[in-house]
Design a protein around this ligand. Structure first.
Ligand SMILES: C[S@@+](CC[C@H](N)C(=O)[O-])C[C@H]1O[C@@H](n2cnc3c(N)ncnc32)[C@H](O)[C@@H]1O
Length: 212
């Protein structure tokens, strides 16, 4: 039986894709993934299926295509805030193979030249962001020397910094890694107080909040 391969495609830059992932993707008959992940393989002439917000549709599609070589592409690593858990619950361990990828969180810490074994990693994606900021992010930033946030345009770094400042968090540094590994990559370092004034738009970023 062909297993469903859940493949981490890394942060997006070609040099950051593992050869084992590249090989599995080339061998697959069908690629399933978000727009950004699928766009990395535009040149491969294969059946492609975009994942929408309703995961049950993806599960139904995978069920219909059992027996075919299917690769489910996720950004970064499958083990960090992807829908791997959903697929495991739905199909069971025996039907799933996982191929790791480099998380943009790792790349952000590398750009910052920092170790990250003591970091708290939080995703704001697809969650109630205001509630997450209040109940999860603020306590984590107050207690931990390093917090990494996966976020999107609905909750840009400027808004996160403004919220934290309003909660009395001040002596922190924010490092913003946007479009890491792409040609348009930016890496910005600023004090928390400076961030709300930043004019740049960050559309695909990891935010690190560290002690000064
Ligand atoms: C659905 S999460 C996936 C997390 C991923 N599984 C991982 O290993 O980090 C998507 C988020 O990852 C971050 N991200 C993905 N690619 C990125 C990149 N090239 N540069 C910066 N952040 C990126 C953004 O915060 C984006 O909202």
């Amino acid at each position: 039986m062909e297993k469903i391969k859940v493949i981490g495609v890394g942060p997006g830059g070609k040099d950051y894709l593992l050869p084992v992932a590249q090989k599995a993707i080339e061998e697959a008959e069908i690629l399933v993934g978000g727009h950004r992940a699928l766009a990395l393989f535009n040149q491969l002439k294969k059946e492609k299926r975009v994942i929408d917000a309703r995961l049950e549709n993806v599960a139904a599609f995978l069920n219909q295509n059992k027996g075919k070589k299917v690769a489910v592409l996720v950004s970064g690593d499958p083990g960090l805030y992807s829908f791997l858990d959903y697929l495991l619950k739905h199909f069971g361990e025996e039907e799933i193979e996982v191929i790791p990828g480099l998380s943009p969180v790792q790349v952000a810490f590398a750009r910052a030249r920092m170790s990250w074994q003591d970091a708290v990693i939080i995703s704001l994606q697809g969650r109630e962001k205001e509630k997450m900021l209040a109940c999860v992010v603020t306590p984590a930033v107050k207690e931990s020397p390093k917090v990494a946030l996966l976020t999107d345009q609905d909750m840009p770094p400027q808004k996160i910094a403004a919220y934290l400042l309003a909660q009395g968090v001040a002596q922190k540094i924010m490092l913003i890694g946007d479009n890491l590994s792409y040609p348009q990559e930016r890496f910005v370092r600023a004090s928390l107080a400076q961030v709300p004034q930043l004019k740049e738009q960050f559309d695909n970023c990891v935010v690190l909040i560290t002690n000064g």
